[in-house]
Design a protein around this ligand. Structure first.
Ligand code: GDP
Ligand code: MN
Length: 386
């Protein structure tokens, strides 16, 4: 059973994939009101269970509410691939910088799920694969592993997707598994002019036997409070279900760190990407967020110790100590400064919960070992620095 677009997007939103605000109606009058409530500039979209709506004229951009009413009137009279249009969805228009596509499809014959992704644009994946097979990358998903952070990194890398799509890949996997879907697809997955990723169109096929037993498809309150707190501070935080907290200053670094942990069988509790170099207070703030997850047993901080920035080592150390001062939990933190300043850690930075590592591999080793060690009982007294 294929869902309508407006139902598919509710499932995306339920699992934390960002979708533009939207509402469905079957009258042009109401379309005008909805457009006004969405800020005026909207996309008017036929709700039919078939693709290629845009090509058939079933997707129109409207600059203001009267234009939305006119577009709705035209679309509501249409028939697309033999499907009469009975309702339209109005969605706030998004300024698109670039379009990608991602999907998971259960291959029943093969007994596993295939991820398919493309950096070439927002065309439906199978249509794109028919026209330009080289533009679509397919990666089998290990059924025992699922799409973990490490697996999502591999898919993104193989398909040439930007690292920040890892978050969407993990969440889309949750839609597939938790909603009993046979196929989930976001096409286009758009990068907005402001650098955020949002699902502009989507397809979900539910298992027919599951569909009729499903609770309603109403949206649920948005995801994880920690993820929301991080987003409010301009960080990307993704909560996972392991024990090692990961903090990195850039998607490439975060990916390598997750890979290094995966090679040791250590599971990330979540990862926070600060998106760039940080001051000590900002790093403290970011690390405090990672430490706020009660399932975190150790943290691996992997950040730049740029040799061109003489104070980098000190800023990182100050940030880590400030975050530990703020938390009551005794969680060990392994710090690795990439880029050659590992030995520039001030001696005054000694702290019973902080270890420094020179290479990523030794850092991952220590973080994995510390996460597996028995829990420490009490926090040490607040750390006085003089
Ligand atoms: P489809 O033809 O049934 O796949 O309909 P889509 O929902 O994918 O819309 C077709 C195309 O319209 C997309 O690939 C986008 O390029 C474009 N589009 C849809 N919504 C928006 C939007 O909010 N802003 C912009 N700029 N383009 C949009
Ligand atoms: Mn589409």
């Amino acid at each position: 059973m294929d869902l309508y677009e407006h139902q598919a997007r509710q499932l995306f939103a339920r699992h934390g994939i960002v979708v533009p605000r939207a509402e469905v109606t079957d009258t042009p009058r109401r379309a005008r009101e909805i457009a006004r409530s969405l800020g005026g500039r909207v996309v008017v979209k036929a709700q039919v269970r078939t693709g290629g709506r845009a090509k058939a004229g079933g997707v129109r951009l409207a600059a203001d509410p009267p234009a939305a009413e006119r577009a709705a009137r035209r679309i509501l009279g249409m028939e697309i691939n033999g499907h009469p249009v009975r309702s339209v969805m109005l969605a706030e228009a998004v300024d698109v910088d670039r379009e990608f596509s991602v999907s998971y499809v259960l291959d029943r014959a093969a007994g596993h799920v295939l991820a398919a992704a493309s950096a070439a644009g927002g065309t439906e994946i199978e249509e794109l694969a028919a026209q330009r097979p080289e533009a679509v990358t397919r990666v089998p998903v290990d059924p025992a592993e699922g799409v973990t952070a490490a697996a999502a990194c591999r898919i993104a890398r193989a398909a040439g997707l930007p690292p920040r799509t890892v978050d969407v890949l993990i969440r889309l996997w949750r839609v597939l598994v938790r909603e009993d879907a046979l196929r989930v697809e976001v096409s286009p997955l758009a990068r907005t002019a402001r650098g955020a990723f949002t699902a502009l169109d989507g397809k979900v096929t539910l298992d027919d036997t599951a569909f009729f037993h499903r609770p309603d498809l109403a949206p649920q309150p948005p995801g994880d409070p920690l993820e929301a707190r991080a987003a409010a501070r301009g960080h990307v935080y993704v909560r996972l279900d392991g024990e090692v907290g990961v903090l990195g200053d850039g998607p490439g670094r975060v990916m390598s760190t997750l890979d290094a942990l995966a090679r040791r069988g250590a599971r990330p509790a979540g990862f926070l990407d600060t998106g760039g170099t940080l001051t000590a207070p900002a790093l403290a703030d970011a690390l405090a967020l990672v430490l706020a997850d009660p399932s975190v047993r150790s943290v691996l901080v992997d950040v730049s110790g740029d040799p061109g920035v003489p104070a980098a080592g000190e800023a990182v150390t100050d940030g880590v100590l400030a975050a530990l001062d703020r938390t009551r939990r005794a969680v060990p933190v392994v710090v690795r400064l990439a880029g050659g300043r590992a030995r520039s850690i001030p001696a005054a930075a000694a702290h019973p919960l902080v270890e420094h590592a020179v290479t990523l591999d030794t850092a991952a080793d220590r973080a994995a070992t510390l996460a597996a060690a028995p829990r420490r009982r009490a926090a040490p007294p607040a750390h006085g620095r003089g």
